[in-house]
Design a protein around this ligand. Structure first.
Ligand code: GTR
Length: 398
């Protein structure tokens, strides 16, 4: 395997594939044609080449409120734990538990942040009586520790600012395991009668399963009277940042999409081959993508798409791309550039992103329809990132 390169001078010269040129050669110059002609084409290209197909809705969906706490987070929030159960007429079913905080003083429906977590709902909150979630395919908890990543979630500060916030552990939707048969413990198991694991991996991926889960969380929140689902905001860190972008591309109900340190096959421009590459990512994490994606290893210049196309699928909605200064593996500059290159599409709607030479200083927030920051520190999500997400959240509120 080729070692990761961090030297900009070694980038092989490339031209970007044209986001506005349809497969039949037609050049898009207005928002209507973008929405009806080019956007569906691009969504299909991403499905075929990288992320596969999202499952569709199940025959039956049930929501069971498992607990309600009226004085959560130091009496600032109402906390709910809700089990979402999905079943098919063939008798198969799958469920996961969502943790939800709603501002206690909400007088009218409030906007909501949704995100998946890595280590279980119990790990995201300081509250010790939250159900432990996040099971691997063998049924064991992925992480038994409580409260070690509360800084990534900032629940109390979010509710104080008038936002609800919800999370589910990603393992409970699709286990993050590279074994070829792990999809059989995922939500996909309800839909796929794939004879072989190979057939599944041709069409489905963990990232599509997780993106599907985010949309199902939003369906459930639509039944909550104190939540305004016309103001839903999806966020995700790293592999879950790739997922939030994919969820935002597929589900236009997400009015604000956050990519936190999503890097390779997230916000970063693949053709730059800085930090993680297609070869590296498909070697270590083959299950995140359809199996054919690995054929682009060391052939990034031949990709029939580029990652700014993914940001363009979110236009004209708000998108925030966040990088971290020490996260060179994710190629901060490449993440920034995708936002700039997506401007071709945003401007069809009269919205604007930013110029490719406008990279802001550390910890400065560049706010436009696509916003960007590069935070001090390492690959993570913390209070500084949230300060930017709340800023855009205030725009979504209006
Ligand atoms: C890394 C992977 C990245 C990123 C990260 C994460 O090891 O190479 O693409 O997604 O994992 O999800 O934490």
């Amino acid at each position: 395997m080729k070692e990761a390169n961090y030297d900009e001078s070694l980038i092989v010269e490339f031209t970007l594939p044209d986001v506005l040129e349809c497969l039949n050669g037609k050049k898009i110059d207005n928002a209507f044609d973008w929405v009806h002609l080019r956007r569906p084409e691009i969504l299909d290209i991403f499905k075929k080449e990288i992320f596969g197909y999202l499952p569709h809705r199940t025959d039956k969906t049930e929501y069971e409120v498992l607990s309600v706490k009226e004085d959560a987070l130091n009496n600032t929030a109402i906390r709910k734990e809700i089990r979402l159960t999905f079943s098919m007429n063939n008798g198969k079913s799958h469920s996961f538990v969502m943790l939800l905080y709603i501002p206690k003083n909400a007088k009218k429906p409030v906007p909501v942040y949704l995100g998946l977590n890595f280590k279980g709902n119990h790990n995201c909150t300081a509250e010790q009586d939250v159900l432990m979630t996040g099971r691997k395919s063998d049924g064991s908890l992925a992480d038994e520790e409580r409260s070690s990543q509360t800084y990534r979630w900032q629940f109390e500060e979010s509710v104080k600012r008038g936002f609800a916030s919800a999370t589910v552990c990603y393992h409970d939707i699709h286990p993050d395991e590279k074994e070829a048969d792990s999809w059989r413990k995922s939500i996909y198991n309800l839909f796929f009668s794939a004879e072989s694991d190979e057939e599944f991996h041709t069409h489905g991926s963990a990232i599509s399963a997780w993106a599907w889960g985010l949309s199902r969380m939003l369906d459930c929140l639509e039944a909550e009277p104190l939540i305004d689902c016309s103001k839903a905001m999806v966020h995700g860190h790293s592999r879950l940042g790739k997922t939030s972008l994919w969820a935002g591309a597929n589900d236009p109900r997400f009015k604000f999409v956050v990519s936190n340190d999503s890097g390779c096959t997230g916000a970063a421009v693949s053709r730059r081959c800085i930090g993680e590459t297609v070869e590296i990512i498909t070697h270590y994490f083959p299950h995140w993508f359809v199996s054919s994606y690995k054929n682009y290893a060391n052939r990034e210049l031949e990709l029939p798409l580029e990652q700014h196309w993914l940001i363009s699928l979110i236009a004209p909605r708000y998108c925030c791309i966040a990088s971290a200064a020490e996260d060179t593996w994710a190629d901060p500059k490449g993440e920034f550039l995708s936002g700039a290159y997506a401007n071709d599409v945003y401007k069809l709607f009269g919205a604007e992103t930013y110029a490719p030479d406008a990279m802001p200083g550390i910890d400065e927030f560049l706010t436009s329809a696509v916003s960007y920051h590069i935070r001090t520190g390492k690959h993570d999500q913390n209070l500084i990132d949230w300060q930017h997400y709340w800023l855009i959240g205030e725009k979504v509120k209006m």
